[in-house]
Ligand binder design. Structure first.
Ligand SMILES: Nc1nc2c(ncn2[C@@H]2O[C@H](COP(=O)(O)OP(=O)(O)OP(=O)(O)O)[C@@H](O)[C@H]2O)c(=O)[nH]1
Length: 398
């Protein structure tokens, strides 16, 4: 191992069901040049199939199964306890965690980097080194479908969470993204997916793989993980920050941008992948905005932001992944807030002017009143439930 830190490095593998995580674990175990890897495999079900597959191919591995729950929520404490146990009782050079196909990477990273009140301190026993997401190139677009929800039995943290949300979070919060199953997808389609994922997470290193074959040094003991950087790396956050810098606080604008420079040609030039920020101080009429929000045939892959609705003190958060859209109250406006709508859109070949016009049609005068405060707040509450990461919430309101 190359690091100067004597605590074993930890690599977390995320990615939806069937993307190729177990294939990657087996590949790493077979190609880790004599270094001792310990593996923790999380499975939502009672029977840990992936652990069996790994054990069969690599019988002497230090392998721990965490089954019947998710390490991003209910099994957080067990995860840390098992990892500390492994580092104390085996001569381990590095640890690899295979998250379940529905785990969210951000809470796992938080669990591994923060001392706990109810158990051993993870930061004293090991160091989080790398967040890897394995993406199934073949299933990529299908997983963005609104209709696809989590598999049966996935009742935590939220059974209604769409699969697209899990996919987007795992793309946005990673250091390395393996675009796997490239043998099943033509090159021009792969180029398009690469453009999209690099717009969703401009900071990630993206590698195209077949059967998750990568050089282990890309994902083990890299010294790369930094929680603050990872937290800020989502494309929508970067776009919002750049927009705020450009505007210098002047809010009444919708801007278009090909926001990130890619190595050769910009993503917008090749596959029409681009992003834009919509900001307005005038509030939306709640009912009209709700109707517009759920029109989905517009080429948008990701959208996120805050909305200012007339007649309510609630700040409305909006989060969209593919065709799955969630919106709902995330607290009240503070006196010092600039009360305005700020929405980032990322997509392919969408018409930003058309989206802007559609949203503008929902605006009402700042002074305008709606029927009754109570009715509006009830309406707002009855919008789709919004799950929003506390860090995202803070970032949106910075
Ligand atoms: N054609 C093709 N198949 C692959 C590739 N990588 C993995 N597979 C196959 O895809 C299936 C799922 O792979 P796994 O490694 O089990 O995926 P996983 O992410 O661990 O899946 P879960 O444990 O269900 O979350 C297996 O049958 C693999 O052999 C690839 O690059 N190309």
């Amino acid at each position: 191992m190359t690091s100067t830190d004597d605590k074993p490095p930890v690599t977390v593998l995320s990615g939806v069901l069937g993307a190729g995580k177990t294939t990657l674990v087996n590949h790493l175990l077979k190609n880790n040049r004599g270094n001792e890897l310990a593996v923790i495999v999380n499975d939502m079900g009672e029977v840990n199939v992936d652990a069996d597959l790994i054990e069969r191919e690599n019988p002497d591995t230090g392998l721990v199964e965490l089954s019947n729950g998710c390490i991003c929520c209910r099994l957080q404490g067990d995860l840390v306890a098992q990892m500390v146990d492994l580092t104390e009782n085996r001569d381990v050079d590095a640890l690899v965690i295979e998250a379940s196909g529905i785990s969210e990477p951000t809470p796992i990273a938080r669990t591994l980097t923060q001392p706990r009140e109810d158990g051993p301190d993870p930061t004293a026993a090991f160091r989080l080194d790398m967040m890897v997401t394995v993406c199934d190139a073949h299933g990529f677009w299908k997983e963005f479908d609104a209709g696809t929800s989590l598999p049966a039995g996935a009742d935590e943290p939220d059974p209604d969470r769409p699969l697209a949300d899990v996919l987007v979070q795992s793309v946005e919060f990673c250091d390395v993204l393996l675009l796997n199953k490239c043998d099943m997808v033509p090159d021009d389609e792969l180029d398009r997916i690469v453009d999209v994922v690099s717009e969703l997470n401009p900071r990630a290193t993206i590698r195209r793989t077949e059967y998750s074959e990568v050089d282990p040094s890309l994902v083990i003991d890299t010294g790369r993980f930094d929680f603050e950087e990872a937290r800020r790396s989502a494309g929508w956050k970067q776009e919002l920050r750049e927009h705020k810098q450009r505007e210098g606080g002047d809010s009444a604008a919708a801007t278009h941008s090909h926001s990130h420079t890619h190595d050769e040609q910009s993503a917008a030039d090749t596959h029409g992948v681009e992003s834009f920020v919509y900001t307005r101080e005038r509030p939306f009429d709640p009912a009209q905005f709700a109707a517009t929000l759920y029109e989905r045939d517009d080429g948008i892959i990701r959208a996120k932001g805050l909305c200012n609705l007339a007649g309510t003190e609630n700040v409305i958060g909006m989060s969209r992944a593919g065709r799955s859209i969630q919106a709902g109250p995330i607290g009240e406006w503070d006196a010092e807030d600039t009360r305005q709508t700020e929405l980032v859109f990322i997509g392919t070949e969408f018409d930003a002017d058309e989206i802007t016009d559609r949203l503008d049609e929902c605006l009402v005068d700042r002074e305008s009143t709606v029927d009754s405060q109570t009715t509006v707040d009830q309406d707002v509450d009855s919008l789709f439930p919004l799950r929003i990461d506390p860090d995202d919430k803070a970032e949106l309101r910075e």
